[in-house]
Design a protein around this ligand. Sequence first.
Ligand code: PAN
Ligand code: ZN
Length: 186
Amino acid sequence: MRFVLPFVRHVDPASHLLVDPQNRIVRRVSDMRGMYGDAAAEAELVANGDPVLYDMLEGDALNTPGDLAFCTTVLHPGKVGDEYFMTKGHLHVLRDRAEVYYILAGRGALVCETPEGEVDVREVGAGDVYYVPGGWAHRTVNVGAEDLVFFAIYPAEAGHDYAFIEERGFRKRIVDDGQGGWKAVE
Ligand code: PAN
Ligand code: ZN
């Protein structure tokens, strides 16, 4: 059995950003075609600058079973129609692999569901630790006015399965409630 050496990485306490990420993934509205409920609003945003929804700053690309992977997500505020900016959402390829999110800044709604139909929606803010159990598809939604930033730690071999969500979507959408807050709708 070979192990990596212990190491230190740095999350800037002021910006909450992971310093010197190994990989950076940027997702724009056009990367999530068909995922928002309002297709016309989605097309209009794509035609008008195709804004960045979120950045993923990934730490060391470890993929040996037993290792842990980590990633900072910066999800910007905004809406597509009345639906708040959100991540794609996924199941882990290895379905039983769990994950921890530590919320560093902003306000979010965590939307989880199982393929069997259970649904769980929670509001989180800075300082909250959110536990995603194995078997739950998970999506993050920015329901605030600032960037939502969170640090995720998950088994390196877990893998990301987006196809399930691309085909079926989540049962709940997180939309503006018309009073500055949010509500979950079918
Ligand atoms: C997170 C997510 C990240 C972006 O690190 O990958 O927030 O969401 P999508 O991957 O759904 O686009 C995580 O859950 N990793 O397993
Ligand atoms: Zn995950």
